[in-house]
Design a protein around this ligand. Structure first.
Ligand code: ADP
Length: 189
């Protein structure tokens, strides 16, 4: 299996690039943020719980997310590979993902880290907030999401760098970013 993690701050373009990657390589998209937003819409128990964290810009607890991922990996058969978008977001999630994949005799082949300046991220998220209707695309919540990213998610970079899997991709504009991604993935996939 060809499993790729797309990694970066909120607003770095993970979702946009994931769509392009699945179009080209036929991988299955797993966006934990999207799954949680669907649960919120359905007003399921999971959705109601997740909403309390998401609307404050905090992370949903690891055990909830890891359980959710385990279910997805168990239900899918005959998948060419996954693109993990917005997951893992903590070291505990990263370790759990490695373990779950190892149990299926597979692993992560590449971690694409979209790198964008903080000012640019804020501008993008504010602009998205005008149309997305997302409860977390507002100035206060954006700042806490960026803080959470730096404190809880960024340490994963070292984790993947040690494994030799981290690729830093400049995250400026959609077409150039995708070209850099295909240049990175083609020799691997
Ligand atoms: P973005 O990266 O643009 O903030 P996402 O859709 O990936 O968008 O995530 C939105 C929110 O959903 C996060 O701020 C967090 O509250 C929650 N969330 C998504 N994925 C995870 C995860 N892997 N672990 C914990 N919380 C998550």
């Amino acid at each position: 299996m060809l499993n790729v993690v797309i990694f970066g701050a909120p607003g770095s373009g993970k979702g946009t690039q994931s769509e392009l990657i699945i179009g080209k390589y036929g991988l299955r998209h797993v966006s934990t943020g999207e799954i949680l937003r669907k649960e919120i819409e359905k007003r399921s128990e999971l959705g109601l719980l997740a909403d309390e964290y998401i609307s404050k810009g905090q992370l949903v607890p690891d055990e909830v997310i890891i359980g959710m991922l385990g279910d997805i990996l168990d239900e899918d058969r005959n998948v060419k590979g996954y693109i993990f978008d917005g997951f893992p977001r903590t070291l505990a999630q990263g370790e759990a993902l490695d373990k779950m994949l190892r149990e299926k005799n597979t692993s992560i082949v590449a971690v694409l880290n979209l790198s964008v300046e903080e000012d640019e991220l804020i501008q993008r998220l504010l602009k998205r907030g005008e149309i997305s209707g997302r409860s977390d695309d507002n100035p206060e919540t954006i700042q806490s999401r960026l803080d959470v990213y730096h404190n809880q998610t960024e340490p994963l970079k070292t984790y993947y760098k040690r494994q030799g899997k981290l690729f830093i991709i400049k995250g400026d504009n959609i077409d150039d970013v995708f070209e850099r991604i295909t240049d990175t993935l083609n020799p691997i996939l």
